[in-house]
Write a protein of this length. Structure first.
Length: 318
């Protein structure tokens, strides 16, 4: 064996030894990284687990997640995600594919606990690699109460909407500065504005410019009902008279002012016309009395049945 062959064999042997050491070092490094990851991972207060995207099994889970679902970490390791996710398995695989291909990383699921109860959760997914294998890292938040509260608020809002759209009165909600945040159809019809126009306006925009007293004064509204009758201006500048019942309420966690408006213009105009008619009759009676009292002739009226005087002028009296 010549010198060159000896050197070549030595180099090949050395290279293999270095490769072995490198592999051992790489394995040790991965083990350290994995150990550190598991240490941090297990101490997290959020619900976290790793999923193998190939078979949809949970390969690692922290204590917080196990406690949330009611299992031990040992029970959850190796568990198929379909045991807690209420979606059909093919739909779960679709979501995993979306996460794996980085097309979507946020999902809302219904998850089943060990005791049979279900919770609504949001899941944030990201891709991680260990020892050349890709996993999906999921961070889960329980949003059941949030979703339930939103559903309750929506139901209350829909109920309020249903009621307000089936009444003959105009109904409006404003913030504490008088800016409209809700108006029903009757309110829009009453003032001849569109809903979008009114939601850019305040209560005082409906007030006659000649009125020195502002319609809206924050201090006038309390939790007890306030009643006023106001002269208001429509979009076409026509005037209407409105009875307004208003009070401060809490709606969808906000302090607002609820106003119920009844257009009483025809009633006001009828009352005004009646007052004018009565005044004219009274004026006519005064003129008539003045005329008959001024004449020198005797004038009287007698009850036709009993022949009693009902009235007579001053000349006859004298």
């Amino acid at each position: 064996m010549n010198q060159q062959s000896i050197q070549t064999d030595f180099l090949l042997s050395r290279i293999k030894e270095l490769e072995k050491q490198l592999m051992q070092s790489h394995q040790q490094c991965n083990e350290i990284i994995l150990k550190n990851f598991r240490s941090i991972f297990s101490d997290l207060q959020t619900i976290n687990y790793l999923i193998n995207p190939d078979n949809a099994t949970i390969v690692e889970v922290n204590e917080t997640a196990a406690k949330f679902y009611g299992y031990t970490t040992e029970e959850m390791r190796g568990m198929c995600i379909s045991k807690i996710n209420m979606l059909p398995f093919d739909k779960i695989k679709e979501k995993i594919t979306l996460s794996r291909e980085r097309k979507k990383n946020y999902f809302v699921f219904e998850h089943k606990l060990k005791n049979g109860n279900t919770r609504i959760v949001e899941s944030y997914n990201s891709n991680v690699q260990f020892n050349g294998t890709e996993y999906i890292y999921s961070t889960v938040h329980d949003i059941t109460e949030k979703v339930v509260n939103e559903a309750i608020l929506k139901a209350e809002h829909d109920k309020f909407q249903l009621i307000t759209e089936n009444v003959i009165n105009g109904i409006a909600l404003s913030d504490l500065d008088g800016n409209f945040v809700f108006v029903n159809n009757r309110f829009c019809e009453m003032f001849k504005y569109t809903e979008s126009e009114l939601l850019e306006m305040s209560i005082n925009d409906l007030q006659s410019k000649n009125d020195s007293d502002y319609l809206f004064k924050k201090d006038n509204y309390t939790t007890s009902k306030t009643f006023t009758q106001q002269k208001l201006v429509c979009k076409d500048n026509t005037i209407i008279y409105a009875d307004i019942n208003a009070k401060k309420i809490v709606f969808e966690t906000k302090e607002l002012i609820l106003g119920i408006v009844n257009n009483v213009s025809s009633q006001v105009y009828a009352e005004t016309e009646l007052k004018n008619t009565i005044r004219k009759i009274q004026e006519s009676e005064l003129r008539y009395k003045h005329i008959i009292d001024s004449t020198q002739d005797f004038i009287w009226t007698v009850d036709a049945n009993e022949f009693r005087f009902q009235s007579f002028n001053k000349s006859l009296y004298n």
